[in-house]
Design a protein around this ligand. Structure first.
Ligand SMILES: *[C@@H]1O[C@H](CO)[C@@H](O)[C@H](O)[C@H]1NC(C)=O
Ligand SMILES: *[C@@H]1O[C@H](CO)[C@@H](O)[C@H](O)[C@H]1NC(C)=O
Ligand SMILES: *[C@@H]1O[C@H](CO)[C@@H](O)[C@H](O)[C@H]1NC(C)=O
Ligand SMILES: *[C@@H]1O[C@H](CO)[C@@H](O)[C@H](O)[C@H]1NC(C)=O
Length: 354
């Protein structure tokens, strides 16, 4: 018997590739329908899968999740993983380029899902950005534990006022899109339950189709930057992470838990913080051949023991994801290895650099 149908929005993205893998390897034998903006990446996306997996995957073109009619895309779908979200850090107009697309992208999907007679659960990728309070230090709050009760206090107007300041508008867009989800469920009382997933920086293998040195995701790009002979160490912006497979696993595990409440918010995070000083220490230890590619001056700042960072940053309460979704979060050392191994292998491919 064919498995239940899972819709993954924006299937060509960095995280969606992991959500696809989690759905295809789940014991439920899910079938997957992925939306993509243009058919040009179809072949590359399927090429990574086994023939048996390919038979369980359909790809449909949806130009814009925020405005398109999604009736066909949602036909027969039982579970939705809404992963697509605009992520640009250099926007001209915060309202037009980030806030509206993120909020409308979520709402448009929810409206069509509510009209469908088959959708039972909707998983939405949110972010630690929707949780953190930058005015109190964000991740730099030693001893503080963020829980599902915490909300980024910034508003739509704050983001509009800041204009094109990307990272700030992005964080507000994630918060507003997530709030739109809870408001929708409360007001419209749809037949599905919904959950949001809030990870900090996501690291892991780069699997998305069409990837090369010039279009790497932010997180992979920074790790690749560590072995690109940089003049200086990168800045530690968000020293909290979650492994991409764990984030993906959480979305897919949600589809199978017994009787979820109407809404849920799952904070996701690796068990400890990381810094670039720790990362270069670990790379030098695991890959002595890469030492000459590390940023200038790395020797004098490198550390190798993660416990040196204990108590220096905020932590996230991930107990709900552990208990309800069964996620055992991977540590930084494993996550860095997975990220780096995949980048080193991509580097060998012919279309990596022009
Ligand atoms: C939602 O569930 C109710 C009760 O089972 C049913 O009557 C209604 O048709 C469902 N709505 C849709 C859109 O399927
Ligand atoms: C990853 O990068 C690609 C290409 O730059 C982009 O389209 C996509 O939205 C990014 N995804 C995430 C999760 O950052
Ligand atoms: C990280 O996890 C791996 C796999 O479980 C384990 O072998 C390793 O010792 C852990 N590393 C640290 C620093 O905790
Ligand atoms: C990288 O991929 C983009 C499309 O995703 C393409 O426009 C660009 O030419 C590629 N660069 C190289 C160096 O292959």
């Amino acid at each position: 018997m064919a498995g239940d149908l899972v819709l993954i929005t924006g299937i060509t993205g960095f995280l969606s590739a992991h959500v696809l893998d989690a759905a295809l390897t789940a014991p439920q034998q899910y079938r997957v329908r992925g939306t993509l903006r243009s058919a040009s990446k179809k072949e590359a996306l399927l090429a990574r899968l086994t023939p048996a997996q390919r038979e369980r995957v359909q790809l449909v073109e949806v130009k814009d999740t925020a405005t398109c009619d999604l009736t066909e895309a949602l036909k027969d779908v039982k579970y939705v993983a809404h992963v697509a979200s605009p992520y640009q850090l250099n926007v001209e107009d915060a309202e037009r380029d980030l806030l509206k697309p993120a909020i409308e992208g979520t709402l448009n999907l929810l409206r069509y899902a509510a009209k469908s007679s088959t959708v039972e659960r909707v998983a939405v990728t949110s972010s630690f950005a929707a949780v953190t309070d930058f005015s109190k230090g964000g991740p730099n709050r030693p001893g503080y534990t963020y829980t599902a009760e915490d909300w980024n206090p910034s508003t739509f107007d704050d983001a509009v006022k800041m204009g094109g300041a990307g990272a700030f508008s992005y964080s507000v867009s994630k918060k507003l899109a997530e709030q739109a989800l809870y408001d929708f469920v409360q007001k419209e009382k749809p037949n599905f339950t919904a959950a949001a997933f809030n990870p900090p920086m996501i690291y892991g293998a780069t699997l998305q189709p069409g990837v090369n040195a010039s279009n790497l995701n932010t997180s992979s790009k920074t790790v690749y930057g560590l072995i690109s002979g940089a003049e200086a160490m990168p800045e530690n912006r968000l020293p909290l992470f979650c492994n991409a497979q764990d984030v993906a696993q959480a979305h897919v595990a949600y589809f199978a838990i017994p009787s979820p409440p109407k809404t849920r918010r799952y904070l996701l995070s690796g068990p400890e913080p990381y810094t670039w000083e720790l990362a270069v220490g670990q790379i030098a230890e695991d890959h002595p051949e890469l030492k000459s590619r590390l940023p200038k001056g790395w020797e004098s700042v490198a550390i190798t023991d993660p416990s040196q960072l204990e108590g220096k940053y905020a932590t996230l309460d991930t107990s709900l994801a552990q208990k309800e979704l069964g996620i055992e979060f991977k540590n930084w050392s494993t996550t860095l290895k997975e990220t780096l191994t995949s980048l080193l292998s991509l580097e060998e491919s012919s279309d990596w650099k022009a």
